[in-house]
Write a protein that binds this ligand. Structure first.
Ligand SMILES: NC(=O)c1ccc[n+]([C@@H]2O[C@H](COP(=O)([O-])OP(=O)(O)OC[C@H]3O[C@@H](n4cnc5c(N)ncnc54)[C@H](OP(=O)(O)O)[C@@H]3O)[C@@H](O)[C@H]2O)c1
Length: 338
């Protein structure tokens, strides 16, 4: 089957603080420790050919040097750099102020770019792990969130904006109380927060807080991350694409349940970044974003199936014995004490 390119102008655009526009769907590039970087990079080139204009990268995904070749090829074969929105993320091992600029410079070299559209702090904790570790793995130097230290990292991101190396900066995996402090103390405010968002984890409070503060919610795992690493699988995790409401809608509309999730995300106003290296799937996701939205009744039906089921719980980032993953997410509205 030949997949026809989709006009990027049909994809909803989100206006970013300062006036730039972010394409309302992006392609994820985290191979979940399973999909080789070459395969992800091939998908990036082909997805841009088919009309994607937004790519979600990260240094820790280990494939930016390969994705850079794809981006360069897309640009040299006719897609203007300014038509692309490229995001990357500062990994947790580079929060130390002296490490921020070198980390970004490495990402720019790998991606073969002279600037990024958006640079995110990947996690609010400076705690790392190796690829493929299991759920019990812990960083022996793990630290809690310390706001002054985070703002030291943030100040370095602000300098990258001032140097023209990144157009915008943002956060990821934040909570309302942490974001409140960042918004209070930042010289350059975050324009976006990347967060887990799918029908079974709608995070209404954080979602509304992000939007009320003029930030764009970028939704990761929009399909419920069916191929996520084993460390992110817990008994009791629910499966969005098997939800009877999603399945019923998919049957009635003649869609795959995954693309129902994409349409819901776009209709709600978040920017989904589904991962796929299967051309039919990433084409279908783009077509879902560019095409007919879900109607109000379908949007309301999906709003009612939230199960508060977080999939990417982040256990590997816990900083002391005896904690549970909930400690990373400030569930009572205050930052978990050190
Ligand atoms: N900021 C963060 O901390 C963070 C955390 C996690 C993820 N992310 C970002 O978010 C992206 C997406 O998250 P994710 O990869 O975990 O999960 P996801 O996008 O919810 O799920 C991806 C999976 O869904 C399948 N899929 C995609 N489109 C499909 C379709 N139309 N029909 C059927 N199956 C489909 C893919 O398989 P095929 O390849 O076979 O299509 C892949 O296995 C990541 O790649 C990464 O860029 C960020």
């Amino acid at each position: 089957m030949t997949l026809e390119p989709i006009d990027p102008a049909l994809v909803p655009q989100r206006v970013v603080q300062g006036g730039a526009t972010m394409p309302g769907i992006g392609l994820g590039t985290f191979g979940s420790d399973q999909v080789p970087g070459e395969r992800v990079a091939a998908a990036v080139y082909d997805a841009i050919r088919l009309g994607y204009r937004h790519i979600d990268c990260a240094a820790v995904y280990g494939n930016e040097h390969l994705i850079g070749e794809s981006i360069e090829r897309a640009i040299t074969t006719g897609v203007p750099r300014d038509a692309l929105w490229i995001t990357s993320k500062l990994w947790n091992d580079s929060h130390e102020p002296s490490r921020v600029a070198p980390a970004l410079e490495r990402t720019l070299r790998d991606l073969r770019l002279d600037h990024l559209d958006l640079y995110l702090v990947h996690w609010p904790f400076p705690n790392t792990h190796q690829p493929g570790v299991d759920v019990g793995s812990r960083d022996s130097n793990a630290q809690p969130y310390r706001h002054e230290r985070f703002m030291g990292t943030w100040a370095e991101l602000e300098k990258l904006v001032e140097r023209g190396l990144v157009r915008h900066i943002g956060t990821s995996n934040m909570t309302v109380p942490k974001l409140r402090l960042v918004l209070r103390d930042a010289k350059i405010r975050p324009v976006a927060n990347e967060m887990e968002l799918h029908p079974h984890l709608q995070q209404p409070e954080l979602f509304e807080f992000v939007r009320a503060n003029g930030m764009i919610p970028i939704g990761f795992a929009p399909i419920g991350s069916p191929a996520r690493p084993h460390r992110d699988r817990t008994p009791g995790d629910s499966v969005d694409v098997e939800d009877p409401v999603i399945l019923g809608m998919a049957r009635r509309l003649g869609l795959h349940p995954a693309t129902v999730c994409v349409k819901w995300a776009v209709g709600r106003g978040q920017v989904p970044i589904p991962f796929s290296t299967n051309p039919a799937n990433y084409h279908a996701n783009l077509r879902a974003a560019a095409g007919e939205p879900l109607d109000d009744a379908d949007m309301a039906a999906i709003a009612s199936i939230d199960r508060d089921c977080r999939l990417i719980k982040g256990q590997v980032f816990l900083w002391k014995a005896g904690q549970t993953w909930e400690d990373l997410w400030d569930l009572d509205g205050t930052i978990t004490p050190p």
